[in-house]
Structures are given as C-alpha cells and as structure tokens.
Design a protein around this ligand. Structure first.
Ligand code: ARG
Length: 240
C-alpha cells in the first residue's frame, strides 16, 4: 500500500513538472475592433493587421495570446487593473501614455487626417478647423489634436463609423482620424475625401504594464525577427 502511494505521488509530481514545462505562457490582450485594417470584426471574429502581427509574435515566442474586444478608452485602464496584460490597438505611443505604460518599439507609422464631405478649400492646415464642427473618437489621438485647436468645436463619438455617418448627414463639417482607417472609409464613398494638409507622424506600439519589461523585450525581439524574415512585409501587403 505504502509503495503504491509512493509510486502515485512520484507520478503526480512528474506529471505536474511536465505540465509546467509544456504549458504555454498565456497573455490576455485588449483591443478595440473598430479600427480597420488594424482590427475589426469579420463574421464575429477579430481580424486585422494587428491580429496577424500578434499571431506571428506568438509563433516566434510560443506565447499564447487571448484577445478581448473592448472600448478604446477602456484599454489602458484594463491594462492597469490587470484585466488584460497587453494592448495592441493601432495605439499611438504618446508621451502622455508613456507616463503610465511601457511601449514596444514602434511597429507602424501613421498620421492624423481630416476627412470632409466634398472638398473644403479653406483647409490648408489643422488650425483652419477653427470655427468648424469636428468629429473625433473619444480618447483617440485625434481627440487631443482637435481639442488643442483654438475655436474648433469638438464633437466626440464612441466609434468612427458614427462620426462618418454624422459627416455624411451634414451634422458636422469634418472628422479627424488616423490615416489608414480614414482611407478605408473614403474608399467606400463617392463624396468623402481627405484634405491635403500637413500632419505630424505618430508611431503605433504595443503596450504592457511598466513592470513587464521582460515581456516587452521578448516582443521587441520577435518583431525584429518578423521584420527581418519578410513576415512583416507579407502582413503589410495583405492589408495595405
Ligand atoms: N492611433 C490612435 C490612438 O492611439 C487611434 C487608435 C484607435 N484604435 C482602435 N483600435 N480603435 O489614439
């Protein structure tokens, strides 16, 4: 009897050891799937450039990512309260956000653009949005850009499609949004266009909590590999 107990406990211990050796590191990811082509829903599945990038990082690192869809302005709070461990959402690594989270090296460069219905010849720079009703998405960098323009009337929306709808209905004069999603919206419309004004570049990066340095280093190394081995370009080609 004693022998059997001993044997069983030896078996149990070795089982536990092998499970912990083979268990994958699981990392919960937050995104906001209303930002094509970076993340959007297709048949109820979250897909897009960022998701393919995550899958490529998963292949490199062995990390298993579990992606949750949530409101954009809830992403960083969810990271801080440990509801998720990582955020990938076409998120710009702004100095303001850098105060509270740790960003990866940039993986994409974008800029803000102004979308109008028909051409607005008065628009030569972002400052010309003064006196106009401008739609932005709550918490997006476009929100801070337009909020800083003296005299611009900021109208905050929860999702880009709602702002675009308001623009189409003539309820607002312009929408400020990231360049790539903006291109997607105007591609589907005869009247919408992007104003030709200069804009600063911004870098998208992956965010983790400040003390997760080891995780972000793993991710940076994986992304460097993915860029070097052509995988990154393949993903780019698929979406752009
Ligand atoms: N780049 C902008 C920002 O960081 C917008 C990102 C929106 N992303 C999204 N998945 N909804 O604020």
């Amino acid at each position: 009897m004693k022998k059997i107990v001993k044997l069983l406990s030896v078996l149990a211990v070795s089982l536990l050891v092998s499970i912990s050796v083979f268990a994958k590191q699981v990392v919960y990811v937050g995104t906001n799937a209303e930002f094509a082509p970076f993340e959007y829903l297709e048949k109820n599945q979250i897909v897009g450039f960022d998701i393919d990038l995550l899958n490529a990082i998963s292949k490199e690192t062995g990390i298993e990512f579990k992606v949750k869809d949530m409101a954009f302005d809830g992403l960083l709070p969810a990271l801080q309260t440990k509801k998720v461990d990582l955020v990938i959402a076409g998120m710009t690594a702004t100095p303001e956000r850098q105060k509270t989270v740790l960003f990866s090296k940039p993986y994409f460069t974008a800029k803000q653009v102004i979308i109008t219905k028909g051409e607005d010849k008065s628009l030569k720079s972002f400052d010309n949005l003064a006196g106009k009703k401008v739609g932005v998405m709550l918490g997006f960098t476009g929100d801070s850009v337009v909020s800083e323009i003296k005299g611009a009337k900021v109208e905050r929306f929860n999702a880009a499609y709602a702002a675009i709808m308001a623009l189409n209905q003539g309820k607002i004069d312009a929408v400020v949004l990231d360049s790539e999603p903006a291109k997607k919206y105007i591609a589907n419309s005869k009247q919408l266009m992007i104003a030709n004004v200069p804009a600063e570049e911004e870098d998208y990066a992956i965010a983790v909590r400040k003390n997760d340095k080891a995780l972000i280093e793993k991710i940076d190394a994986a992304v460097a590999k993915i860029k070097a081995n052509g995988e990154y370009d393949k993903i780019l080609k698929k979406y752009f």
